[in-house]
Write a protein that binds this ligand. Structure first.
Ligand code: IVH
Length: 713
């Protein structure tokens, strides 16, 4: 047998001498990767590989404690257990903004607000109109006037602690100026880099062989995420204050008043901000700022409109992850011309065939675009889902010269075809009638609810189609689902092809089946990597309910919906029971699911389809035998109506029904659409009809609007 390299010897088998040498080697390797990651922003290994190095280092030290020296990586102050920054939980979540792309969206936005607030014709709404800075948002926490922490937005609930770096920004005062500063102030805004500073930084980086950045936003983000604050200090970053998080006392009652207060505290606020009083003024502001966009020294990607009165902001509240009282009105995306080289068909996890346009790579709005979704057969033909023509009815052919745009500056799309440049021999594209998978199953166009032909094409292979199975598995192990280190898309493809993993449960039986599989003998694997993989699988045997539901890959159940379901039911058993009942068409179970925040017909239909399928039930059952699903905390029951089910009926005088429902949900109650035995009380206004009668019939408590308001006040 060939002698093993020390690096391949399991920790348990190392001699003390080998362990000493191995610790030294690992320390040097880790230090090198730290430098590449933190200082150069250019890692050469994956996070998983890095974590594996650290795990081995720690395991050796744990087995040979005598070898631990004062220089040990595990003892270094501030050395993170895994790489990255410490996490900070935001006291008040950092949300995002809904986008308005067209003028009508702004009209709708204002109308929605007026409706929600029930404003009469004589009442005007003042809006704070502000440029939308294209940087990264930051939350600064001050306690008794002193800066105590700075955190990035992260996922909105939890960000990264970048305090040491942010303290180096001259636009961030270490102490708030002025008198009567509230005990706790969280000031939020945008960290950005000026265009001039960005160009100069890239020049310097090029000259020194360092990393260059694609745009000022990336440069700002890269500079904030430095391990060494001295590097951040050397990068010219600015900060505009425009929002707040937790405040122990509010120093103003309007958005514009808050901006004045930010300035008094020592912050920069954007000088182009202005109050507007009508849709026309908002649109004029948008036009004016767009004209000035190129001459500004910082990047902006639109403007933001915010209801000025904070009491109105509070009444309007939030829908899902964005406020009802604010909207981002984006600038039209940048456009560029390129060639459509090919059309590739991808098969999704539900069997939908999606054509993807392969483009001659082109820069649009600061990003290189080479793939663009072509949605479906009709889209390629130049016809939209509702029969409207796209691109003036021009179809797309391989070889065409096309105009690419990044809508809302994010998703690239083909907005036109340059017909003059069409090659003479370019043929109309024939959408495949067979799935590209090895089974070559038939492809059919979906039918809509009314029986008409839909736009999407679907492979009829269903559970037999290997492409669909692979997509399911990839989704299952993806970062926001089971997130198994060392088991990514590539490995899933390999293991599936070998027949080792055919469904999710197989992942967890892989270690015990390895006696016959012998993964360590597969190219690219060794004893260590196999052990690491199995450890990673083992580590995921316990999983939170929301992640588990998301991982199942039920259609229309993304992360937010999965969380809403998890919070709604609390435990796997409760959710699973409900889902099976929903699948059987149980009206009570359906009404209960419908009453959950953020859950509607589409999701219920999808849950029904999923759990109505015995194949899926089998997959779920085998999987649940392998894992432990952890309960999720349900919303706190600290209001008088928490956990109660309310039905609103008739006309309400003080608030709209939409507003009343939102308020009930905010206080932890469920607002249901129909009265059943599970209803706790009905709030009835004038004109209430059958629902009120039903409440009386079932002996359910009926409240007037006044009584309801007293209850929630
Ligand atoms: S207000 C609750 N104002 O845009 C809403 N955001 O898409 C808080 N942004 O994450 C945001 N300029 O990073 C607001 N004047 C401005 C802004 C602004 C840029 C960014 C911010 C936010 C994103 C939302």
């Amino acid at each position: 047998m060939a002698t093993k390299r020390t690096a391949d010897i399991p920790v348990a088998e190392l001699t003390a001498a080998q362990a000493r040498a191995e610790l030294k080697r690992l320390a040097a390797e880790i230090a090198e990767h730290d430098k590449r990651y933190y200082q150069d922003d250019r890692p050469v290994i994956t996070d998983a590989e890095y974590d594996a190095l650290r795990a081995r280092y720690n395991a050796i030290e744990a087995r040979f404690p005598d070898l631990r020296t004062p220089e040990s990586l595990s003892l270094k102050v501030g050395a993170p257990p895994a790489r990255g920054f410490a996490k900070v939980r935001h006291a008040v979540p950092m949300l995002s903004l809904d986008n308005a792309l067209a003028e009508e969206d702004v009209v709708d936005f204002v109308a929605r607000i007026r409706r929600f607030l029930k404003l009469g014709d004589g009442e005007t709404v003042a809006f704070s109109a502000e440029p939308k800075i294209d940087g990264l948002s930051m939350s600064l926490r001050y306690e008794r006037g002193a800066l105590v922490s700075a955190a990035t937005r992260g996922d909105g609930s939890e960000g990264e602690d970048v305090t040491a770096n942010i303290k180096t920004l001259k636009d961030v005062p270490p102490r708030l100026a002025g008198r009567g500063i509230p005990e706790i102030c969280e000031i939020r805004g945008e960290v950005y880099m000026t265009k001039a500073a960005f160009l100069a930084l890239n020049e310097r980086q090029k000259a020194s062989g360092g990393q260059t950045f694609a745009n000022p936003r990336n440069a700002a983000a890269g500079s904030v995420r430095q391990k060494d604050p001295a590097i951040t200090a050397s990068r010219p970053l600015g900060f505009f204050a425009y929002a707040w998080g937790e405040m122990s006392k509010m120093p103003a009652d309007t958005q514009s008043g808050m901006a004045r207060w930010f300035a008094a505290c020592g912050f920069k606020t954007n000088p182009l901000t202005r109050l507007c009083y009508s849709v026309e003024e908002l649109l004029a502001f948008h036009r004016e700022i767009e004209e000035r966009r190129a001459s500004l020294d910082y990047d902006i990607d639109g403007v933001v409109y915010k209801v000025d009165r904070i009491d109105w902001q509070e009444r309007l509240g939030f829908v899902s992850r964005s406020p009802r009282w604010a909207i981002a009105h984006k600038f039209p995306a940048e456009r560029a011309m390129t060639v459509l080289k090919d059309i590739e068909i991808q098969v999704g996890r539900t069997g939908v065939l999606t054509p993807v346009g392969k483009l001659e790579p082109i820069g649009v709005g600061g990003v290189i675009v080479q793939n663009v979704t072509l949605h479906n057969e009709d889209y390629i033909r130049g016809v939209g889902g509702n029969g409207e023509t796209l691109r003036n009815g021009r179809d797309l052919r391989i070889g065409d010269t096309v105009i690419v745009q990044r809508a809302g500056d994010v998703i690239p799309q083909i907005v036109d075809v340059v017909v003059d440049k069409r090659p003479k021999d370019a043929e109309p594209y024939h959408f495949p009638t067979r799935c590209p998978c090895p089974l070559r199953t038939k492809v059919v166009r979906e039918t809509t609810a009314s029986g008409a032909e839909g736009a999407r094409s679907r492979c009829t292979g269903e559970f037999a189609c290997p492409y669909q199975k692979i997509e399911h598995l990839k989704h299952f192990v993806s970062r926001r689902a089971f997130d198994i280190e060392g088991l990514g898309e590539k490995q899933i493809e390999l293991f599936f092809e070998k027949g080792w993993i055919k469904e999710p449960a197989d992942i967890f039986t892989l270690p015990e089946r390895n006696r016959t599989i012998r993964l360590e003998q597969v190219e690219g694997y060794g004893e260590t990597s196999v052990r690491n993989l199995f450890d990673a699988i083992e580590a995921r045997r316990r999983i939170s309910l929301d992640r588990f539901i998301y991982a199942l890959g039920i259609r229309h159940v993304g992360e937010t919906t999965a969380l809403a379901l998890a919070r709604g039911y609390g435990s796997w058993r409760a959710f699973h029971d409900a889902a099976l009942k929903v699948a059987r068409g149980d009206p009570n179970a359906i009404a209960e699911m419908d009453a959950l925040d953020q859950i509607g017909d589409t999701v219920i239909e999808a849950v029904k389809d999923y759990f109505g399928e015995s194949h899926n039930r089998g997959i779920v059952e085998r999987l649940t035998r392998q894992v432990t699903i952890l309960d999720v905390e349900r919303p706190k029951a600290d209001s008088r109506i928490a956990g109660k089910t309310v039905v609103f009926t008739g006309t309400l005088e003080k608030m709209t029904r939409e507003e009343a429902k939102a308020l009930a949900e905010r206080l932890g109650a469920k607002a249901a659409g129909s009265v059943s035995r599970k209803t706790d009380f009905v709030v009835a206004g004038p004109g209430a009809g059958s629902k009120l009668a039903e409440a009386h019939r079932l002996g359910i408590k009926v409240l007037s609007e006044e009584e309801w308001l007293r209850l929630v006040k």
